[in-house]
Design a binder for this molecule. Sequence first.
Ligand SMILES: NC(=O)c1ccc[n+]([C@@H]2O[C@H](COP(=O)([O-])OP(=O)(O)OC[C@H]3O[C@@H](n4cnc5c(N)ncnc54)[C@H](O)[C@@H]3O)[C@@H](O)[C@H]2O)c1
Length: 264
Amino acid sequence: MEINDSVALVTGGGSGIGEVIAYELARKGCSISVVDMDEASANRVAEKIIKEGGKAISTQANVVDEADTEKFIELTIDSFEKLNIVIPCAGIIRDGLFINPDKEKNKIKKKLDISKWKSVIDVNLTGSFLTIRDCSEAIFNGKWPGLIIPISSINKVGQLGQLNYSSTKVAISLFPKILIGEFMMRGIKNIRVVGLAPGYTSTALVEKMDQSILDSLIKDVCLGRLIDPKEIASLVMHCIQNEALNGTTIEITGGICHPGSIAK
Ligand SMILES: NC(=O)c1ccc[n+]([C@@H]2O[C@H](COP(=O)([O-])OP(=O)(O)OC[C@H]3O[C@@H](n4cnc5c(N)ncnc54)[C@H](O)[C@@H]3O)[C@@H](O)[C@H]2O)c1
């Protein structure tokens, strides 16, 4: 698929990975629909793209809300007359241990809060599901070439303290295979689905983590540093242009290992 003259919708486009992907796609001639819960961030990103000579709109929306989802897709198509590339980057972390005993009393003192469980499932899983479902509907009905890029994480393999997050990311990593199977079954040929599973990337989400934990995690990465969101944007460009990529989730981690150098 050509990047130039395509239309991309990026949820969570007001920050981090989504923001950088939005800039890089815009620089290659793609029109961008920036969607974010944080209105000021979405506006800032769209304004920067326009200032640099690109085309962009911004919409404040909660990806968990069905009506909001319909609205941002409709606004995108009203503005740019089509939709091609969908990157659902809106995501959150709310880390905590499943059950945590008090060593002295030998009783559980803390449990993973239901609000932490539900909020992560809602935004990361249900939000991605809604964006992908309704964008796929629009792209099929519009008969445009389409590419959906679900955002998983290397922590799909299971990260301690992230039962909620890892559960969403393993589910997202299955979307490409299941969706492509269903598309084949129903003769839907104009939409590819290629997931990305990044490792630790330099964004606000990671900055919110305990820095001592982050430092110890980076020790297990061959690259020896956080991934730059531009490196993820570069893989997005490749996914758009390489039509042989379909029905899979690609890991981009800098070579992440478990302690003892076993590949994660
Ligand atoms: N940063 C990493 O190391 C890393 C690694 C693997 C995967 N990821 C995934 O990449 C995606 C982007 O992460 P990031 O690091 O850029 O995070 P980020 O915090 O920088 O950006 C996330 C954006 O999503 C928005 N958002 C949150 N909830 C929303 C909602 N309900 N509706 C609309 N917008 C909402 C936020 O306002 C924010 O602008 C997430 O899905 C994350 O899980 C990140």
